[in-house]
Design a protein around this ligand. Structure first.
Ligand code: UDP
Ligand code: MG
Length: 325
């Protein structure tokens, strides 16, 4: 069944992206024109930039583009809330106007030419289409290995995430409406979206290099993002702590028997080394365990407060063409 003339919104979170926006807009405009011509999407389709509290001229640029380009719309957040929250803000607004939404990064690292394939899958009846990186040749060795390790680690923890899929994906209005019901504050969309269900598909693409500007994900942000993903979706680390608690108690018990027997057989006062190493070991291990449990408590703490995930300052639409659905 071909659902022609669907209205597509491309949602792009932007944090200090003044260097890339002009080129990104140009390329996307070309692509959207082409897709409209091929009747893959309809004329009301748009690009929606979400300015995530940028410190440079990103928002001014979006405002200009909104005037000069017939496809550009914009959302301005009240402050920097991070990639995931900015993306969610854009998705929630776009779903009011669009039939389908594709999310991607501002730097065009995700190949825009696979949008056709995504829409094809949508026409075949899928509600979510994941863009999956087939090769990571252009990523640095460090980024590639840490990212792949992370996906494998998540899978080992039993979290259902799509291997090598970031946030380049197509979602229908129906899937986005369901996404709205996931109220968690510690947002890790890659973990939440597979929970929605419906018919899904994957399309492969090669990830390009960021063509301008620098990555907005320094190591610190990457680590905190990975931790968010793990702690929000798996309680296995806590189970492991309990398990290791059992094992260590068992070993200590055997050791205790050995010490008692030793005490009766030989009268030695040695054992200083053993005591010190045991103190060090258990000291470190206990602090680690308390730390992990603390991380979970921290998550519960922020979830119970139920603070808004983003606050919108301005929305720029195209008055005539944007019709709420
Ligand atoms: N981004 C954002 N808020 C942030 C950090 C990043 O909206 O606090 C956006 C950024 O502008 C880009 C996307 O998230 O569109 C992904 O960031 P980036 O390309 O720097 O990450 P990388 O590809 O290096 O992982
Ligand atoms: Mg990037």
């Amino acid at each position: 069944m071909k659902k022609s003339s669907s209205c597509l919104y491309v949602v792009i979170p932007c944090y200090n992206e003044e260097e890339v926006l002009p080129v990104t807009t140009e390329k996307l405009t070309e692509k959207i024109n082409k897709m409209i011509k091929e009747d893959l999407i309809n004329k009301n389709s748009k690009i929606m930039y979400v300015n995530d509290g940028s410190k440079d001229k990103t928002w001014a640029l979006i405002k200009e583009l909104n005037k000069s380009n017939k496809y550009v719309t914009g959302v301005n957040l009240s402050k920097n809330r991070g990639h995931q929250n900015a993306l969610l803000a854009g998705l929630m607004i776009a779903k009011e106007y669009a039939d389908i939404v594709i999310s991607m990064d501002a730097d065009l690292q995700d190949d825009i030419n696979v949008m056709d394939k995504m829409i094809e899958k949508y026409n075949e009846g899928c509600d979510i289409v994941y863009g999956v990186r087939s090769a990571r040749k252009t990523d640095t060795f460090f980024k590639r290995t840490t990212a792949e390790l992370f996906y494998k680690f998540m899978a080992a923890l039993g979290v259902d995430i799509v291997y090598n899929h970031a946030d380049y994906r197509l979602m229908t209005k129906r899937a986005l409406t369901e996404l709205e019901n996931f109220k968690e504050v510690n947002l890790f969309l890659r973990g939440i979206i597979p929970l929605i269900g419906f018919d899904t598909a994957k399309v492969e693409y090669e990830r390009n290099e960021r063509f301008a500007g620098v990555s907005k994900y320094p190591l610190k942000k990457m680590l905190s993002f990975a931790l968010d993903g793990i702690l929000s979706f798996s309680i296995k680390p806590i189970r492991l702590i309990t398990l290791s608690g059992f094992i260590i108690s068992f070993l200590s018990f055997i050791f205790l028997i050995y010490v008692i027997i030793g005490h009766f057989i030989s009268n030695n006062v040695t054992g200083w080394t053993t005591i010190v190493s045991l103190i060090c070991f258990f000291g470190g291990f206990q602090i680690l365990c308390i730390g992990i449990i603390g991380e979970y408590i921290g998550k519960i703490y922020s979830e119970t407060k139920q603070r808004p995930r983003y606050i919108i300052k301005d929305i720029l639409l195209k008055e005539k063409e944007n019709v709420k659905k």
